[in-house]
Design a binder for this molecule. Structure first.
Ligand code: F3S
Length: 65
């Protein structure tokens, strides 16, 4: 599984980072810095899905390998 952020949608809410700081990173202003196609380690998929649903802008997406 990979996760990506659409920076045209990210508004810097940082909910993704709050729910899963080991998977999602943000800059000093709270905007996502994961880019596209970041690999989710095995066993972290459910946590990633939960964090993605937390984004109020729906800026995050999943790609299954
Ligand atoms: Fe951006 Fe959504 Fe995370 S707005 S910082 S991708 S919670």
């Amino acid at each position: 599984m990979r996760v990506s952020v659409d920076m045209t949608r990210c508004q810097g809410h940082a909910c993704c980072y709050e729910f899963a700081p080991e998977l999602f990173t943000v800059d000093d202003s709270g905007y996502s810095t994961i880019g596209t196609g970041k690999l989710v380690p095995p066993g972290q998929e459910e946590k990633a899905r939960f964090a993605i649903k937390s984004c109020p802008e729906r800026a995050l997406s999943i790609t299954e390998d």
